[in-house]
Design a binder for this molecule. Structure first.
Ligand code: PLP
Length: 373
């Protein structure tokens, strides 16, 4: 689909929030942003139905959505989402980090959940429209960002089980701090063996709410064992490392090799994962996407071949993993805290995101440019 196919909805209609947060309230939030707790003044909404396709794109005051109680999302979980960040550079320019990958991924997720695939240029236009309307909500402090949460839900009021004929795409925005508690020290993981988040042929590679719902009980189990996050292995054999909570996992070995499990359908292909792999290769590391088992993790940790373990995701970027707690033992990562390899990768990645390091891969896209909302 080309841009001209939906010129009737671009630019987005703007309904300004006439009771936005005051500059003082906004300053208070931006001074202490944490994660996902506070929201900007506006949201983007775009309607879809089978006859008309995508229509009625608008930016409007953030608030509750009118939703029929029979809407498909409420009963059958037909929902997908995304997460990406907008940074304010020193020159005042607003940039989104690799939003094209989020646009492509929500299409793949939507396809798996039998939802309509939003065209990439419409997705990117929506990012621009919200960035322009809520530019004041993009933090100025180095490393802080405006986290965007796009989502797509089935809204048709119909209790029969089949793909929805009506959907709603939206984006909301929440200021995010650069660092999280436990970030620098690292987190412990609990090895879940009885609860799985994804299986072969399932929705593990789609970013859908159902995967998260399926992970919450395991997450609670991790907490009961004193761990911050859960480590998921393959559902069939509990042998192979898959994901840490909602982050991708990496291992660095003493010889400089970086290993991450392959994306074969049960793992979510993170934008951060892709960026870490590209940066590691660029920094001269041997990079391997291959299965890595708990046994190898355990033996490499005790032999000294393993150096670092860390997880990646948009929200916290890089999180060191201190140890893996299993029912029988505790595998301690040889390098405590943020190791030199993870540290170097994070420095480069955050450097590019914040404009301190040259964008040599062309990962930044100006957000809200040329829009006068
Ligand atoms: C979103 C997500 C990730 C990380 O993806 P990023 O694009 O790097 O934020 C990893 N695992 C799961 C299950 C996710 O939903």
């Amino acid at each position: 689909m080309t841009a001209s196919d939906h010129t009737d909805i671009l630019p987005f209609r703007l309904v300004r929030n006439d009771s936005p947060a005051s500059p003082a309230q906004r300053a208070e939030v931006l001074g202490q942003p944490s994660f996902g707790q506070h929201f900007s003044d506006h949201m983007v909404l775009i309607e879809w139905d089978r006859e008309r396709g995508w229509h009625d794109g608008r930016v409007e005051p953030i608030g509750p959505l009118p939703l029929h109680p029979a809407a498909g999302v409420l009963h059958y979980g037909q929902e997908v989402f995304e997460g990406l960040k907008i940074y304010r550079h020193g020159n005042g320019r607003l940039v989104a980090f690799r939003p094209e990958l989020n646009a492509a991924r929500i299409q793949r997720s939507a396809h798996r959940l039998a939802l309509p695939e939003i065209p990439a240029d419409l997705f990117l236009g929506a990012v621009d429209a919200l960035a322009a309307a809520d530019a004041d909500w993009v933090p100025t402090r180095h490393g802080d960002s405006l986290y965007l949460r796009p989502f797509l839900v089935a809204t048709e009021a119909f209790l029969g089980v089949r793909p929805t004929n009506q959907a709603l795409f939206g984006i909301i925005a929440s200021p995010a701090g650069a660092y999280f508690s436990g970030d620098a020290e690292g987190v412990s993981l609990w090895l879940s063996t009885d609860l799985a988040r994804a299986g072969r042929g399932g929705t593990g590679a789609a970013k859908c709410g159902g995967n998260y719902a399926a992970s919450l009980l395991a997450q609670e189990e991790a907490k009961e064992h004193g761990c911050a996050q859960v480590l998921f292995t393959d559902a069939e054999t509990n042998t192979w490392v898959e994901e840490a909570g909602s982050m991708n996992v990496f291992f660095t070995f003493a010889d400089g090799t970086l290993v991450t499990p392959p994306a074969t359908g049960t793992i979510l292909e993170g934008v951060t994962r892709d960026s870490v792999l590209a940066l590691a290769a660029d920094l001269g590391h041997q990079v391997e996407e291959r299965p890595i088992g708990i046994d190898e993790w355990r033996s490499a940790a005790s032999s000294g071949e393993l150096a670092e373990v860390f997880a990646s995701g948009t929200a916290a970027v890089i999180t060191p993993i201190e140890c893996l707690v299993t029912a029988d033992d505790r595998i301690v990562t040889p390098t405590p805290g943020l190791g030199p390899v993870a540290g170097r990768i994070r420095e480069e990645l955050v450097g590019i995101q914040t404009g301190m390091v040259e964008d040599r891969f062309g990962w930044l896209r100006e957000a809200g440019a040329g829009r006068d909302c």
